[in-house]
Design a binder for this molecule. Structure first.
Ligand code: HT7
Ligand code: ZN
Length: 871
C-alpha cells in the first residue's frame, strides 16, 4: 500500500458544512441516510470530482438536491464514492448505506458490544458508516436522528444536545441530537442500547447548567460514583487551570465492554472502555482509581484540546494527544502528590516510550509518513508529546507558557490546526525563536546527554560540561543538536541547595539550556565540591549519563531537595548495580549500599508514604534491559534482580515488617491519594519482605489475602503469592477466581497475574487459560490481560530460550488479525525490543516475526508493524 506523507497534504476539494444523519438501528442491517451540504473548497481544485471515503460500504441510493444520480454519474466501491462532475456551487448530497454492526469485529465504525450499538470513529471509522470526506480538516455541524426498537434500545444517544424524542408505531422510537459545534467526522458518535444511567449536574463558571450522565450495564450503577466525581473535578479544574469552560447542555459517558483502546472523546458523548469507569473498593485497586481519574479527565480535556481545536491531518496527532496528556498529568498532579505523579509518569515514559524510541518502531513525535494511522497512537505521540510540552514550559517559563496557551486557545478555536500553529503561539508569547525547539517534533530517538564535572578547590569553582548525542533511528541518520532545558541544583554537604552564581558572582537561573553539541558552565563560590543534581523533575526527556559516584547518588537519595531526583538517585544506584550483575560483574558492597539507601527511605517514610513506596520499588526487568541496550539475556536480568531482592528481604526484614503496622490505613477503604500512598507503601514492603520465600512470611501474606477488605490489598497479596510456587498460591488463585466468577474485568486481573508468573510452566498455564470461560478471544480487554500480560509482563517466559513464547505470540497475532487488526498489531509490538536481545533469542524472535510476515492477507495494521520491525 502507498504510504501517506505529510509533505503531500493539500486542502480537500470539497467541504461539508452540515450533515443530517438518519440512522435506523438493526443488529445486522442498520440503515444510514446521510444528507450533506457540500461545497467546493475555496482553495481546492476547481471542477475536481467529488471523492468521499468508504470502508467496506455498500451504497443503497444516491441523490443530489433530491434527484437520484444516473449510474454513469458516479462510481461506488466499498472504499470510495466518486461523483465525476459534481455541481460547481453548493449542493445537497444524500447517500444511503446499509451496514452490519453485528459482524463488525474490528470495533471500528458502528458495532455491537453486549447488545449495545456503539461507535468508534477515530481515526478512520466514520467511513465504515457512510461515505464521507473522513479527514479531520473537514468540519461540519451534525444532526443525528436515531431510530430503534424501543425494547432493544430504550436509550438513544448522540453528540450535542437532545432536541427531539418520541415514540413511533410498532414499539419503535427515535431521538434527534444536534451538535452546534462544527467537528470532524472522527468525533461523531452514537449509542443505542438498554443501559442504566447515573445522573448528576455541573454548573459552569458562567452559570451554564450541564446535565451529566454515565451509562452502564444494568446492575453496575453503584460503580460509577468515582468516575462521576472525577468528571466534575475535571470540569472545574479546566476552568481554573486553563480557562476552558464546557459548551453544551449535556455531557454523557457510556461504558462498553468491547473497546480497542481506553476511551474516546466524541463531542458531548464520550465512549469508554468500562475498565476506566467502573470502580468500587471491592472491585478496583488504587491504581485503577487513579487511572479512571486520569482517563476521565483526559477525555474531558479533549473538549478543548482536540475538539474545539482539532488537527489538520493525522500527522498532527500529538497536537491533541501530547497536549491533552500534559493536561491530564497536571490535573492528577494537582489532585494527588505532584512528585509521586511525576515519578509514575517518568517510569511509564521510560518503560514504553524510551523502549519504542530505541527500537525499530522509533518515529518522531510528529511523524512525516505512515502506512497505517492506527499504529501511530503510540507512547511517542502521547507521552513524549506531553514531555516536549513540559520541556517547553521549563524553557520559556511559567508565565510565557500560560500566555502561549491562552493565545492558542483563543486564536485557533474552531480550527483544524498544526503543530506549527501551536508552537508559533509560544514563540509569540515568549518573544523567542522556537525553530530549534521544533526539532523535538521532527527528530526521533531519545537524546543522550553526558555530564562531566570538575571542582577546583583553590579557585572555588565548579564546572559542568554537558554534551548531547543523537543516535540514528529508522529513516534518520543525521541529526541536529536540540534545545534541552535541564533544571538543576548544586547540593552542599548540609543537603541544602547552594546559591547559583556565575564566574562573576551573579545569580543565574536554575536551568541550563543545552542548545549546542557541547556546553560548559562554571559556577563560583564552591570552596568545597557540591553534588550536581541535574534534570530535576525530569525537565527534559533525555537519557542522562553523569559522573556521579555511588556515594554521590546515595547522598542525593537522602538529601536532594528535588523529590524526583531523590527517587532517580536510588533508581540509578540500583540500576547500575543490576546492569553489572546481569552481565556477571557485581561491585562489592553494591547491594549493601542500596539496602542502606532504602533503609533511609523507610526511616523517613512518614514524610510521604507514597513517595517511599516509589523509592522502594526496584527498577523493573525492562528498566534494566533498556539500560543494558544490547545483548540482553532476560534470564540473567531476572536472576540479578531476584538476588538483590533476596538480599534486601534479609537485610531490611524487620524494618519492612514494621511498615505494615506503622502505615496501616485506619477505617473503611477510601481511594484518596493519602490512603492509597499508605497502602502502596505497605504492599511494596510486603513484596520485598516476602521475597525471601520463607513459609512463615508467606503465611502472613496468605492471611492478608484472606482478610483484606479492599481490592488493592487483596490483589497485592495475591500478586506476592503468585511469585512463590506452591499450594498457597494455587489456593489463593482459585479462591479469587471463585469470588469474582461473574466479573470479567476483575478476572482480567487474575488472567494477567498468572500470565506474569516467571516460571517455566507459565506458557502451558496461559495456553490452558485460553480455554477458561473467563477468557474470550474476541474481547480486547481479555486478550490484553492474558496474551498482552504474558508478552509484556513476563520477560523470562516470553523470551524463553526455546522460542516458544515468541511462537505463541505470533500465533495469537495471526489468529486475531482477521478479526481485529488493531488489537493484533498492538500485541505484536511486544517484539519491539527484539534486536537488543542476545544472539540466540534474537534469531528465534526474528524467525517468529518472519513467520508472521509470511502470512498471506495480513491486515495493513499488522503488515506495517511487522515490516518495520524487520527492516
Ligand atoms: N483519541 C482517542 C484515540 C482512540 C482510538 C484511536 C484508534 C482506534 C481506537 C481508538 N479509541 C480511542 C483516545 C484518546 O487518546 O483520548
Ligand atoms: Zn487523547
Amino acid at each position: 500500500a502507498t504510504p501517506v506523507k505529510l509533505s503531500d497534504y493539500r486542502v480537500p476539494d470539497h467541504v461539508v458544512t452540515q450533515v443530517h444523519l438518519d440512522v435506523v438501528l438493526h443488529p445486522t442491517a442498520t440503515r444510514i441516510r446521510a444528507t450533506s451540504e457540500v461545497a467546493p473548497h475555496r482553495q481546492g481544485r476547481a471542477g475536481a470530482p467529488l471523492v468521499f471515503d468508504g470502508d467496506g460500504l455498500m451504497l443503497a441510493s444516491i441523490a443530489i438536491d433530491g434527484v437520484a444520480l444516473a449510474t454513469d454519474a458516479y462510481a461506488a466501491t466499498p472504499d470510495r464514492l466518486t461523483i465525476h462532475q459534481p455541481p460547481r456551487g453548493p449542493f445537497r448530497l444524500t447517500v444511503e448505506t446499509v451496514i452490519d454492526p453485528q459482524a463488525n469485529t474490528q470495533l471500528m465504525g458502528l458495532y455491537r458490544s453486549s447488545g449495545t450499538w456503539c461507535t468508534q470513529c477515530e481515526a478512520e471509522g466514520f467511513r465504515r458508516i457512510t461515505y464521507f470526506p473522513d479527514r479531520p480538516d473537514v468540519l461540519a455541524v451534525y444532526t443525528t436522528r436515531i431510530e430503534a426498537e424501543k425494547k432493544a434500545a430504550p436509550v438513544l444517544l448522540g453528540n450535542g444536545n437532545l432536541v427531539e424524542a418520541g415514540d413511533l408505531p410498532d414499539g419503535r422510537h427515535y431521538a434527534v441530537w444536534h451538535d452546534p459545534h462544527p467537528k470532524p467526522s472522527y468525533l461523531f458518535a452514537l449509542v443505542g442500547g438498554d443501559l442504566a444511567v447515573v445522573t448528576d449536574s455541573f454548573t459552569t463558571r458562567s452559570g451554564r447548567e450541564v446535565a451529566l450522565g454515565i451509562y452502564v450495564e444494568h446492575g453496575k450503577e453503584d460503580r460509577c460514583a468515582y468516575a462521576m466525581d472525577a468528571l466534575k473535578r475535571s470540569m472545574r479544574w479546566d476552568e481554573e487551570a486553563f480557562g476552558c469552560e464546557y459548551d453544551l447542555d449535556v455531557f454523557n459517558i457510556v461504558a462498553v465492554s468491547d473497546f480497542n483502546m481506553g476511551a474516546m472523546e466524541n463531542k458531548g458523548l464520550n465512549i469508554f472502555n468500562d475498565k476506566y469507569v467502573l470502580a468500587l473498593p471491592d472491585t478496583a485497586t488504587d491504581q485503577d482509581y487513579a487511572a479512571i481519574e486520569a482517563i476521565i479527565a483526559h477525555e474531558y480535556f479533549h473538549n478543548w484540546t482536540g475538539n474545539r481545536i482539532t488537527c489538520r491531518d493525522w500527522f498532527q496527532l500529538c497536537l491533541k494527544e501530547g497536549l491533552t496528556v500534559f493536561r491530564d498529568q497536571e490535573f492528577s498532579s494537582d489532585m494527588r502528590s505532584r512528585a509521586v505523579k511525576r515519578i509514575a509518569d517518568v517510569r511509564l515514559l521510560k518503560s514504553h516510550q524510551f523502549a519504542e524510541d530505541a527500537g525499530p518502531l522509533a518515529h518522531p513525535v510528529r511523524p512525516e509518513i505512515y502506512h497505517e494511522i492506527n499504529n501511530f497512537y503510540t507512547a511517542t505521540v502521547y507521552e513524549k508529546g506531553a514531555e516536549v510540552i513540559r520541556a517547553l514550559k521549563v524553557l520559556i517559563g511559567e508565565t510565557a507558557f500560560r500566555a502561549g496557551m491562552d493565545l492558542y486557545l483563543a486564536r485557533h478555536d474552531g480550527d483544524a490546526a498544526t503543530v506549527e500553529d501551536f508552537i508559533a503561539c509560544f514563540a509569540e508569547a515568549g518573544g523567542r525563536d522556537l525553530s530549534q525547539f521544533f526539532l523535538w517534533y521532527r527528530q526521533s530517538g531519545t537524546p543522550e546527554v553526558s555530564v562531566a564535572t570538575r571542582h577546583d578547590a583553590v579557585a572555588g569553582t565548579f564546572t559542568v560540561t554537558l554534551s548531547q548525542r543523537h543516535r540514528p533511528t529508522p529513516g534518520q541518520t543525521d541529526k541536529q543538536p536540540m534545545v534541552i532545558p535541564l533544571a538543576f541544583g548544586l547540593v552542599g554537604e548540609d543537603g541544602r541547595d547552594r546559591p547559583l552564581l556565575d564566574e562573576d558572582g551573579r545569580q543565574v537561573a536554575a536551568v541550563i539550556t543545552l542548545d549546542e553539541p557541547q556546553k560548559t558552565v562554571t559556577f563560583s563560590g564552591h570552596p568545597t565540591r557540591p553534588v550536581l543534581s541535574i534534570n530535576r523533575g525530569f525537565s527534559a526527556p533525555v537519557a542522562l549519563k553523569t559522573d556521579l559516584t555511588a556515594a554521590d547518588l546515595a547522598f542525593l537519595a537522602g538529601h536532594d531537595g528535588d523529590a524526583y531526583n531523590r527517587w532517580q538517585a536510588i533508581q540509578s544506584l540500583a540500576t547500575e548495580h543490576l546492569v553489572g550483575a546481569s552481565r556477571g560483574n557485581t561491585r562489592p558492597g553494591g547491594a549493601d549500599a542500596i539496602a542502606a539507601a532504602l533503609a533511609h527511605v523507610i526511616d523517613g517514610a512518614a514524610a510521604d508514604p507514597a513517595f517511599a513506596a516509589q523509592a522502594l520499588t526496584l527498577p523493573s526487568e525492562a528498566d534494566i534491559a533498556r539500560e543494558m541496550g544490547a545483548e540482553v539475556d532476560p534470564a540473567a536480568v531476572f536472576a540479578a534482580r531476584k538476588t538483590l531482592k533476596l538480599h534486601l528481604s534479609a537485610s531490611l526484614g524487620d524494618r519492612l515488617a514494621a511498615l505494615r503496622e506503622r502505615f496501616a490505613t485506619p477505617g473503611p477503604y477510601s481511594p484518596d491519594a493519602a490512603s492509597a500512598g499508605r497502602r502502596a507503601l505497605v504492599n511494596v514492603a510486603l513484596d520485598l519482605w516476602a521475597a525471601s520465600g520463607d513459609d512463615a512470611r508467606l503465611a502472613v501474606v496468605e492471611a492478608r489475602f484472606a482478610g483484606a477488605d479492599n481490592m488493592t490489598d487483596r490483589f497485592a497479596a495475591l500478586a506476592v503469592l503468585a511469585q512463590h510456587p506452591g499450594a498457597r498460591r494455587e489456593a489463593a488463585l482459585a479462591a479469587f477466581r471463585e469470588r469474582y466468577r461473574t466479573d470479567a474485568l476483575i478476572l482480567d486481573k487474575w488472567l494477567a497475574l498468572q500470565a506474569a508468573i516467571p516460571e517455566d510452566g507459565t506458557l502451558a498455564r496461559v495456553e490452558a487459560l485460553l480455554a477458561d470461560p473467563a477468557f474470550a478471544m474476541g474481547n480486547p480487554n481479555r486478550l490484553r490481560a492474558l496474551v498482552g500480560g504474558f508478552a509484556t509482563g513476563n520477560a523470562t517466559q516470553f523470551n524463553r530460550p526455546d522460542g516458544a513464547g515468541y511462537a505463541f505470540l505470533a500465533r495469537v497475532v495471526t489468529d486475531t488479525d482477521p478479526r481485529n487488526p488493531q488489537v493484533a498489531a498492538r500485541l505484536l509490538q511486544a517484539f519491539r525490543s527484539w534486536r537488543a536481545l542476545e544472539g540466540g533469542r534474537r534469531s528465534l524472535a526474528r524467525a517468529a516475526l518472519e513467520r508472521v510476515a509470511g502470512v498471506a492477507g495480513l491486515s495493513p495494521d499488522v503488515r506495517d508493524i511487522v515490516d518495520r520491525m524487520l527492516s
